[in-house]
Design a protein around this ligand. Sequence first.
Ligand SMILES: *Cc1c(COP(=O)(O)O)cnc(C)c1O
Length: 419
Amino acid sequence: MNRSAVWHPFTQHAVEPAMPLIARTGGAYLETSDGGRIFDAISSWWVVTHGHRHPKIMAAIRDATETLDQVIFAGLSHEPAEQLASALIDMTPAGLDWVFYSDSGSTSVEVALKMALGFYCNNGTPRSRVVVMEHSYHGDTIGAMSVGARGVFNAAYEPLLFAVDTIPFPAAGQEQKTLDAFEQLTCDRGVAALIVEPLVLGAGGMLMYPAWVLTELKRIAERCETLFIADEVMTGWGRTGTMFACEAAGIAPDILCTSKGLTGGSMPLAATLASDAIFRAHFSRDRAKTFFHSSSFTANPIACAAALANVGIWKDEPVAQRVATLSRMQVQMIARFSQDPRFENVRTTGTIAALDLRVPTAGYLAEVGPRLRAFFLERGLLVRPLGNIIYVLPPYCVTAGELDRLYATIDEATELANA
Ligand SMILES: *Cc1c(COP(=O)(O)O)cnc(C)c1O
């Protein structure tokens, strides 16, 4: 066989072992071309919600291909996009009245940032500073990287990244420092927007903070007329226990980004929802005030049909109940490690559980990360630690037995901690 020509994402090919080929997916499992089964404990990078290849989503995709493929979305529209926009407005916090489609989480963030700056510019009160939270991740395009944490991931591109103001992560007992820092930045200087991952900072290490901090941040943003952007790309669609994480804080952001679980994880699609005020700032007979953004595959009809089927599943199946059950199981199962000296920061929010393996040197590049991943894979489990941070973020179809086996393997994996 010729060597593969594929350059994989976030992959150091010099040290990566041969990659299994996945030939089939279903429920919580990936099947390799030689028939092996791998339990997908991370929902294929946080996208799959109900399970792989949910029959209703697959059927909706097949049906959509009978009538539509890509259609230019400037000057034309189509039913799947129209219906999905109405559904999204119904399902998201009140006050989000407009839906702008794109095709990935990173793009939905770029759109959000452009909407925020456009809002101030078009209103004749230009503002350009953006406030971000320490340890955030918002994607890998230049703008999304700019508002994310700086580190080994983006050191080479640092000269291209724009400057932002960073508020500290609201660690337990330190929340007031975060709020004070935000208040000082926004109310003294007038910043355009705050962008946050509500409740859980994903790629930054599955860091969790309480909903009341979010409520307070929103209150400060409102008082100082700073736009509040909720990046719900990872947290949306039940992941943190409610449909969207903002619900837990009782807040309505000015802009909300959603992607990953939007199609149940089946197709690439993203949406940036905006308030009427933001739309109105771009609504003018002056064509210079147009929102100048597009991707070729904006609102792909087949992806929109998949998302509509996902919305249907939330309405017709007891998904909220499954999410609640999974959330309870996570609390129960991870409890075995809460007093365990081999771990620290044992935590859950909704369906997500995480814990830090104590190792001599922590951090994303901790040597233990790839060794843990290999250890799990040898046992038929797809787990992808962020350095020494192990997290469990399964699809909602997971059973107690499957989770139990996974946690038993985490218990065994600690033998790698000091090796
Ligand atoms: C994954 C992620 C993104 C980027 O989404 P892509 O589809 O990978 O571009 C943005 N924000 C958050 C919070 C994410 O978890």
